[in-house]
Design a protein around this ligand. Structure first.
Ligand code: GRF
Length: 213
């Protein structure tokens, strides 16, 4: 059975590319069904087009407000019959009304070990703070900024001679492994959202990945 993704992007789309290369049409029925951007001309859209994946663009300035934009976007996602919405470098907050339409079906990738270093400067913030370990978090999206329940985290050391650029290179390489693995686990029903009053996500990671790394 197919497990259909909508991937929301604003920038270069290297994580979208990892989903296309590792999962799309290959593993656990995963299909990238739709790629959506708020930025016309984003490189990520070219990556989708190259893989024959439908794209849609919802720039904020074309709508009266964020609610209207997100309503149109949610309608497109529902029409495409999507099982999971993946934010892969989508640099806008989603409205509460959008999130209510997809409960526990919207996930985000963040380039730090949350709850440390939320926001857009996560890699530089971690380096400047002087932490010795940083990494990648995939989490459910709630109404806050990078604040939803954690699904998976993986860590890497910060080297003494790291610059923001060298650290970013290693964090991004890790992201390209972690995000496809989380989506594979979702497609296989191995991720169980938190129950009422809890933020603990249960993940059954006991079977090896089928991804050909
Ligand atoms: C990634 O570092 C992701 O964690 C952050 O935005 C970046 C997107 O990179 N949210 P790309 O567009 O996938 O190359």
């Amino acid at each position: 059975m197919a497990f259909r993704l909508a991937v929301l992007v604003s920038g270069s789309g290297s994580n979208l590319q990892a989903l296309i290369d590792r999962l799309h049409g290959r593993v656990a029925g995963v299909e990238v069904a739709l790629v959506i951007s708020n930025v016309p001309g984003a490189l990520a859209l070219e990556r989708a087009e190259r893989a024959d994946i439908p794209t849609a663009v919802f720039p904020l300035h074309e709508f009266p407000d964020r609610e209207a934009r997100d309503r149109a976007m949610a309608a497109a996602i529902e029409t495409a019959g999507v099982d999971l919405v993946v934010l892969a470098g989508y640099m806008q907050l989603l409205t509460p009304a959008f999130l209510r339409r997809f409960p526990h079906r919207v996930i985000n990738l963040h380039p730090a070990l949350l709850p440390s270093f939320p926001g857009e400067r996560a890699i530089a913030d971690a380096l400047e703070y002087g932490v010795k370990l940083t990494g990648v978090t995939v989490h459910f999206v709630d109404e806050g900024v990078d604040s939803g329940p954690v699904i998976r985290q993986e860590a890497i050391p910060v080297h003494e001679d790291d610059t923001a650029a060298s650290l970013a290179t290693r964090v991004h390489a890790l992201e390209h492994r972690v995000l496809p693995r989380v989506v594979e686990l979702f497609a296989k029903g191995k991720i169980h959202p938190p129950g009422p009053g809890s933020r603990v996500v249960r993940v059954d990671d006991s079977q090896p990945s089928e991804i050909d790394w």
